[in-house]
Design a protein around this ligand. Sequence first.
Ligand code: PNW
Length: 463
Amino acid sequence: MTTPTPVFPTGFRWGVSTSAYQVEGAAGTDGRGPSVWDTFAHQPGRIADGSTGDVACDHYHRYAEDVALMAGLGVDAYRFSVAWPRVQPAGSGPAEPRGLDFYDRLVDALLARNIDPVATLYHWDLPQPLEDAGGWLVRDTAHRFAEYADLVAARLGDRVRLWITLNEPFVHLSFGHGLGTHAPGRQLLFDAVPVAHHQLLGHGLAVAALRARTSSPVAITNNYSPVRILGHTGTDTDTGSGSGSGSGSDADRAAGAAYDALHNRLFTDPVLGLGYPPGLGPAPELVRDGDLATIAAPIDVLGVNYYNPTGVRAPEEGSPLPFELVELDGYPRTAFDWPVVPDGLRELLVGLRDRYGDALPPIEITESGCAYDDEPDADGRVHDPERITYLDGHLRAVRAAVDEGVDVRGYFVWSVLDNWEWAEGFTKRFGLVHVDFDTLARTPKSSYAWYRDVIARSRQDSA
Ligand code: PNW
């Protein structure tokens, strides 16, 4: 870095993120029931290293130490998720008070350190009994979700500063129900469409439930990936935002638009009142009168997760999908083999503003981060210069978007801790803090000190 990372306007919210199943552990503690991720992780062959989230970072028992690490960073906010199976072990019925007690303690520990609690209600851990009853394929799950939202808000509504209904419903739809690489492991391809409608309906019903219990702002978090249309000649015809205007063939551009609608619009257009993208709506019998209005309940913030753009071209003949995903060449790569494209974040933010205009609420970047193979050196220190470069580039991209007039209010690093990375188990480390998964010892990496300094300097210089 030749110049220091830019400062942000006064009040910009600096944060870090986690999710329940990835950090909490304590899978059988205090009455917690099983979720689809417990079931999935315990099936042989599902997880790269055969691990589970049974213990993970043991955040459930070590949250005080973790909150102290966050206080050391100087963050304004901690985005965590509430585990539905802790609150309703069977997915319905009265609250398990011991489950809510944990989040009560966590929220109070955060507030005592002046850290805003930002709570995601659903980060993919559906109670297994609801999955057994059809999961998100059935409409009832949306109503159960709103009932759960009410129970959580009744307990925490006075102290949580920002509510997020769903995390990345697109990834839950595509990986969990379309391809089967995430829990619950269903491989339905486009027959998974009801999962989209019922998640959206659950979101809308939960917004209403939250409004009845709290005056804090309410959001949904989606992940977005700007589409790069690649022709079969192999040339990258960068498209700018959205559906693309590259020089691929008409078929390539149609494939790009189809992928863009699925990944970037399916869970945003209906929430912002535009209805389903053409051709992607669920079968008419699935959508009842009033559903679209419920889904379009006003939100206060759009949560944006960004990791990388996606290369797309026309599919081979006979493909079950209307697009083919292609690797993007010419970029550095993370340990996940994801390309590092900071400007994709600027492109995405400006693209959202251009696409939705006045319908777009203020944005918070609820996840941004990268996996590298970080291990302690002989002195026990963990150096992760690639992560510093990654975060610096992405913060510059956010600053550039702000300068172009996009209303971005905050930035949350994924993640504060190395944690259990879904199908990759413990093999992908995303943390600012290293976790030894044998001893559970926490060691701040060099990126931790860097992020702390970025926050302190931004606060000082913008004040
Ligand atoms: C997000 N993709 O998941 C999740 O919200 C986190 O729980 C997760 O740990 C983090 O990103 C890192 O993976 C994603 O393939 C999973 O496009 C996959 C994709 C994007 C996000």
